[in-house]
Design a protein around this ligand. Structure first.
Ligand code: ZN
Length: 150
């Protein structure tokens, strides 16, 4: 699909070294719309919504933040740690405002699987249905989220 110039500008913001060192695209060479449409289809197949997934990430983050830096175990299943790092990140889609560069790690103790995400990830999913490109360090695969986060 031919990409609009607006999407070209947004995708340029996602390249390594612009907003984050590693960028948001990984080694994904697809156009931005194609990445978003593929994940939208995956979310629909799972019977989920971007809003629902973002709400679940917010909920787990809030539970983890109560540990004030120490891991918190929720429902005997999720071990959550929130690492508040310095710095703030802008939204590559051009929204005003900055998102704390905080890293949330959720380990599903029953499955032995871990999901790592940031506040920017939550915004990108909720507002843009964007889960990052395949190979990006903070790529959140919808099927993995559904499996690991319940
Ligand atoms: Zn945004």
């Amino acid at each position: 699909m031919k990409q609009s110039r607006k999407d070209d500008r947004i995708q340029a913001q996602m390249r390594p070294g612009v907003i984050t060192r590693d960028g948001l695209l990984g080694d994904d060479i697809r156009a931005l719309r194609d990445i978003i449409e593929a994940d939208e289809a995956a979310v629909n197949r799972l019977g989920l919504s971007h809003a629902g997934i973002a709400a679940r990430l917010r909920e787990l983050r809030a539970a983890g933040a109560r540990g004030l830096g120490d891991p918190v175990v929720v429902d005997d299943t999720f071990e959550i740690s929130v690492d508040a790092t310095r710095g703030r990140l802008p939204c590559p889609f051009g929204h005003p405002g900055l998102y704390p560069a905080e890293v949330v790690t959720v380990r599903n103790l029953k499955l032995g699987e871990t999901v790592v995400f940031t506040r920017l990830n939550i915004h990108l999913i909720a507002a843009h249905g964007f889960y990052e490109g395949i190979g990006s360090p903070y790529r959140l695969d919808p099927a993995t989220l559904a499996r690991v986060l319940g």
